[in-house]
Design a protein around this ligand. Sequence first.
Ligand SMILES: Cc1cc2nc3c(=O)[nH]c(=O)nc-3n(C[C@H](O)[C@H](O)[C@H](O)COP(=O)(O)OP(=O)(O)OC[C@H]3O[C@@H](n4cnc5c(N)ncnc54)[C@H](O)[C@@H]3O)c2cc1C
Length: 327
Amino acid sequence: MRIAIVGAGMAGLSCADVLVGSGHDVTLLDKGRGPGGRMSTRRIQTPVGSASFDHGAQYFTVRDPDFTQLVSSWSQRGLAQPWPPAGHDAWVGVPGMSAVIRDMAQGHDTHYGQTVRGAIRTDRGWQMVTEQLQAERFDAVLVALPAEQAAALLGPIDLGMARHAVMARSQPCWTGMFAFAERLPTDSPIVRNKGLISWAARNSAKPGRGGPEAWVVQATGSWSAEHLEDCEADVEKCLLAAMGEALELDLGTPIASAAHRWRYAMSAGLSEGVLWNAQVGVGACGDWLLGPRVESAWLSGKALAERVCGDHVFAARSSQTSGNKSR
Ligand SMILES: Cc1cc2nc3c(=O)[nH]c(=O)nc-3n(C[C@H](O)[C@H](O)[C@H](O)COP(=O)(O)OP(=O)(O)OC[C@H]3O[C@@H](n4cnc5c(N)ncnc54)[C@H](O)[C@@H]3O)c2cc1C
C-alpha cells in the first residue's frame, strides 16, 4: 500500500519502521523544520560556545522488551545512554534527545515544513492537502499527532476517531532554557516539583553533552495553562526567578536564554493504544492513546502499523480466497 503518515515524531517514525519493513511504501509529512517533535533539541549560540537544550522530553523510560532491544542498538551506535539521576530505567539520546529521532527518520521518505491541512478521499485514494497542495494519492492516512491536532485533522475524515481525540486533553508546558558563563555552585542536577517548577535539569550534565552550563526549566501544567498567552520574555523572567529560588542561588544574568510554549505537552492518555478504520484506510497513533511518554508513543506507532499490516494481509487473503471460489 501507499501510506501517508502525518507527523514524524516518535509515534509516526515507529509506525513507518514497521510498515516499510513489511514492504509498504510510506511517506511522512511533518510541519517541523527538522526531526524532533516533542523530542527536540535546541542549540543556542553563546559567547562561550553553543549551548544545547532538550526542551521537550527530558529522558525516556525503557521497559518494553522490543523497545529495550531498539534502545540497546542505539546504545551500541552511541546514540543513547542511561541517565541514572532521572531513574534506574531512564535513558537519553546522545548528544541530544533528537539524535534518535534523526536516526529513525534517515532512510524514510520524510518531508519537513509540510503542514497537513486535511485529506480528501477521491476514487483513487487519499489526497493530502498541504500548503503546497500535493497531487499524490495514498491508500491509507495515518495520523501521528498530539490529540488536539489529531482531532482537527480527523474531524472531516473520520468523525468517530476525532471524538476519541477530543476526549484526550493535553496539558501545556512552558519551558525555559538558560545558559551560564560558569558552572552553578550546586550539585543537584535535577529539581522536581518546587513552586511553579515541575522539573528543572542541568542539561549540560546529561551524558554526551558538551558546551557551557545549560539548564532546562519546565513549569507545572497549571502554571503553564494560566500563563499560556504570556510573552516569552515575561515567562523567561518568571522561570529564571523560580529556578533561583529552588536552587537557593543568585543566578545573575544568563549568557543566553529562551522560552518555548508547548501547547500540547503531556497527554492525559486514553487506553486504546491505536485507532484504525480499515474500511476507509484511516488510523491514529501517538502517546495520547497509551500514556504521556516517549516509550508509549513508540509502542502506539508500532501497534498501529501491525494492525494495518494484519488487516492488509487478511484483505489480500480474503480476496484471493473469493477469487479462487469464483473460479
Ligand atoms: C515539555 C515536555 C516534557 C516531556 N517530558 C517527557 C519525559 O521526560 N519523558 C517522556 O517519556 N516523555 C516526555 N514528554 C512526552 C514525549 O515527548 C511524548 O510523549 C512523545 O515525544 C510523543 O511523540 P509523538 O510522536 O506522539 O508526538 P510528537 O513528538 O509531538 O510528534 C508529532 C509531530 O507532528 C508534527 N505535526 C503537528 N501537526 C502537524 C500537521 N498539521 N501537519 C504535519 N505535521 C504536524 C509535529 O511537528 C511533530 O513533529 C514530554 C513532552 C514535553 C512537551
